[in-house]
Write a new protein. Structure first.
Length: 267
């Protein structure tokens, strides 16, 4: 099952007035946001994030409001944003007839931030596959319903994850985690010319740790996932054979690795 993460921008760009009046709420949020950062990065989650929206967060994040001793939260936020690799970009298109409930555009947003969030709303309403999953926090959400968008008779509802409980968050991502399963035809020792081996998996020990690690780090293109196995100096391709379960094999021809994947891995 595939998904793309939609982040609640109000988790990053706070209302100054609300911060001054409800500091404990935001101090609590500072303690919980890093858990979401960690899970998104560890699971290499696909995230909807245009470059312009990235810079909006960098510019309007409430740095001047950070109390002494919370500089680490600022660094964690910068670090998270800089490490996102699995980004799904989208066009700067705003269909102003599309509405979201609740409204993702907040009154304290700047004009430029409002524009970027409107583009995000248009994107999630217009493209339903892979499914959009919305990540927010209870203290910001305070609604019983999931996020939804509407355009005339077309209404869509999105799974909404309140990310306050670390253990619940870990279990949530676990159900989407890709799992490696060895295919005997990709045998490291017996493979002939017709089949590609999988150097990172040792059939004699049956230990899938290395192969699973590469799969966890891999990047998606089309219906496959790719990563470079540094230890064996070879590209590895993982292909789905059952829901969330993947076989892997070496790909010695670099030109058969999508250019977008090679570009990511060269960073």
């Amino acid at each position: 099952m595939k998904y793309v993460a939609v982040l609640d921008i109000s988790s990053f760009i706070w209302c100054q007035k609300d911060f001054e009046e409800n500091k404990e709420k935001y101090y609590d949020l500072m303690g919980k946001l890093p858990d979401l950062y960690d899970q998104l990065l560890e699971n290499n989650a696909a995230i909807l994030l245009k470059e312009e929206l990235y810079y909006e967060i960098m510019q309007f994040f409430p740095y001047n409001s950070m109390p002494n001793g919370y500089e680490i939260f600022e660094r964690l936020t910068f670090d998270f944003l800089s490490k996102i690799c699995n980004v799904h970009v989208y066009d700067s298109i705003d269909n102003n007839e599309i509405t979201s409930y609740p409204n993702l555009v907040k009154e304290h947003f700047s004009k430029s931030t409002t524009d970027e969030v409107r583009y995000l709303i248009t994107r999630i309403h217009s493209i339903q596959e892979p499914k959009n999953v919305f990540f927010t926090f209870e203290k910001l959400w305070e609604y019983e319903s999931n996020l939804s968008t509407s355009l005339k008779d077309a209404k869509f509802e999105y799974e909404t994850v309140c990310s306050d409980d670390k253990e619940v968050l870990i279990k949530y991502f676990e159900k989407y985690k890709r799992k490696f399963e060895h295919n005997p035809k990709h045998d490291k020792y017996k493979t002939g010319l017709k089949e590609s081996p999988l150097s990172c998996f040792n059939e004699r020990t049956g230990d899938i740790t290395k192969a699973q690690e590469l799969l966890d780090k891999s990047y998606e293109h089309g219906n496959s996932f790719y990563y470079f196995d540094v230890e064996n100096s070879v590209w590895v391709v993982f292909r789905n054979h059952e829901e969330n379960r993947y076989h892997g094999f070496n790909q010695n021809d670099r030109e058969k690795i999508p250019a977008s994947i090679r570009k990511i891995m060269s960073k």
